[in-house]
Write a protein that binds this ligand. Structure first.
Ligand code: NAD
Length: 343
C-alpha cells in the first residue's frame, strides 16, 4: 500500500516532514501548501514539488514564477491524509474541512489534545493510533520527555518525574521573537504546560515541569529528575538509553559540552538543515542519587525531533505496520537516525 500524503503548511515542521515522506517507499508526497511565494516556495517548486495555495494567492505565486497545482481544497481532494503543519491554532480551524473531505489528518503539538482521538509518541503509544482518523504528534519538548520517560518506565518503572525545560526563544529564522537578553520564567506561576501535555500520552505518570525561555535559537535543553521504582546503577540507565531508538548518548570526552556542540556535530556529519531527530543526552550527566533517583540532561532540536513520529503515525493510522518497533526501524533507517556515536 502507498499512502497519498499532502502537507498543509510548508514551514519549519512541514518542509522537514515533506523531505522525510519522499524517503518512504510506502508513502507518496502529492503536494504541499504555501501561503507566500517566498524563497522556500520557489526552492520547493524547483525541486519538483507540487505547490498549492489559498485561492486569493494564486496570482501572486504565478507572478513569482511558481506555477500552482491548485488550491488547498483541491490538494486535500487528492490526499489520503493531510499532515497539518500550519501555525498553532490553525489546525483546529482546518479540521472541519478535513472532516468534510473524508481524509485522515495528523496535527502538530501547537494544537490541543482535545482536537484528536490520540496524542501520539511512537515509543509510548503506537498501538493507540492504529486505524485512527485524527492524531496529534505532541510538541518537540513533549516528544523528548515521552521518549525518555517511556524508555525508563518500561525497564525500571517510574514513580515520579520533575523536569526543568530551558526553551529556545525562537527558531533560527524567526526575527520577531525573543528574548534577546533575559531569562523568562514560562510561566512564573508553576507548573508549565509540558507536564499535562505528557499526560495526554502517558496518563498515569506523576510529572511536574517548569520552564524558562532563554536567548538561544538552536535547541531546547531539559534537566530531568526521575524517581524510579527500583534502585539502579548509572550503567543500567546507560544501557537502557543506548538500546532505545531515537535516544543517543554523546560524551563530553568527544566534545559534547553544549547545544552548540550538538548542532556542530549534526553539521559535520552532513545532516540536512543540521537536523537532529534523536534526543542527544549528555552521557556524563546521568547520575544516580539515593539508589533510585536519576538525574540527566539532554538537548531537543525543536525543528526536527517530531519528524520521525509523524512518519510512524501515518503507518499506524493506515495499519501498514501493526508493530510499532518495525515502523520505528523503517523510519529510522530511511532518515539515517543513529543509535550510537561514534558507531
Ligand atoms: P511555521 O510558521 O514555521 O510554518 C507554518 C506554515 O503554515 C508556514 O509556511 C505558513 O505560511 C503556513 N500557513 C499559514 N497560514 C496558513 C493557512 N491558512 N493555510 C495553510 N498554511 C498556512 O510553523 P512551525 O514552527 O512549522 O509550526 C507548525 C506546527 O508545528 C505548530 O503546531 C507548532 O506548534 C508545531 N511545532 C513546532 C515546532 C517548532 O519548534 N517550530 C516544534 C514542534 C512542533
Amino acid at each position: 500500500m502507498v499512502v497519498n500524503v499532502v502537507i498543509n503548511g510548508y514551514g519549519t515542521i512541514g518542509k522537514r516532514i515533506a523531505d522525510a515522506i519522499l524517503k518512504q517507499p510506502d508513502m507518496k508526497l502529492v503536494g504541499v501548501s504555501k501561503t507566500k511565494p517566498d524563497f522556500s516556495a520557489l526552492i520547493a517548486y524547483r525541486q519538483g514539488l507540487r505547490i498549492y495555495t489559498l485561492p486569493d494567492k494564486v496570482n501572486a505565486f504565478e507572478e513569482a514564477g511558481i506555477s500552482v497545482a491548485g488550491t488547498i481544497e483541491e490538494m486535500i481532494d487528492s490526499a489520503d491524509i493531510v499532515i497539518d503543519a500550519t501555525p498553532k491554532g490553525y489546525g483546529a480551524k482546518y479540521k472541519e474541512l478535513y472532516d468534510k473531505k473524508g481524509v485522515k489528518a495528523i496535527f502538530q503539538g501547537g494544537e490541543k489534545g482535545s482536537l484528536v482521538e490520540v496524542s501520539f509518541s511512537a515509543l509510548c503509544n503506537y498501538d493507540k493510533a492504529l486505524g485512527k482518523r485524527f492524531v496529534r504528534v505532541v510538541s518537540c519538548n513533549t516528544t523528548a520527555l515521552c521518549r525518555i520517560i517511556c524508555a525508563l518506565k518500561n525497564s525500571f518503572g517510574v514513580k515520579k518525574v520533575r523536569a526543568t525545560i530551558i526553551r529556545r526563544g525562537a527558531d533560527p529564522h524567526e526575527i520577531k521573537k525573543g528574548p534577546i537578553e533575559a531569562l523568562v520564567p514560562n510561566p512564573v506561576r508553576l507548573p508549565s504546560h509540558h507536564g499535562p501535555d505528557v499526560k495526554t500520552v502517558i496518563p498515569d505518570v506523576d510529572i511536574v515541569t517548569t520552564a524558562v525561555i532563554a536567548p538561544t535559537s538552536r535547541m531546547h535543553m531539559h534537566v530531568l529528575n526521575v524517581e524510579l521504582e527500583k534502585d539502579v546503577t548509572v550503567n543500567d540507565v546507560v544501557s537502557v538509553l543506548e538500546d532505545t531508538p531515537r535516544i543517543i548518548l554523546l560524551s563530553e570526552s568527544n566534545g559534547f559540552n553544549s547545544t552548540a556542540a550538538f548542532i556542530e556535530w549534526a553539521r559535520d556529519i552532513g545532516r540536512k538543515r543540521y537536523d537532529i531527530y534523536e534526543v542527544p543526552v549528555y552521557k556524563e550527566s546521568i547520575t544516580i542519587v539515593n539508589g533510585n533517583e536519576l538525574w540527566l540532561m539532554y538537548g531537543v532540536h525543536q525543528e526536527a525531533i517530531v519528524v520521525p513520529e509523524n512518519i510512524d503515525a501515518i503507518r499506524a493510522m493506515f495499519e501498514i505496520e501493526r508493530d510499532g518497533f518495525k515502523s520505528i526501524n523503517k523510519t529510522d533507517n530511511s532518515l539515517g537516525i543513529l543509535k550510537r556515536w561514534p558507531e
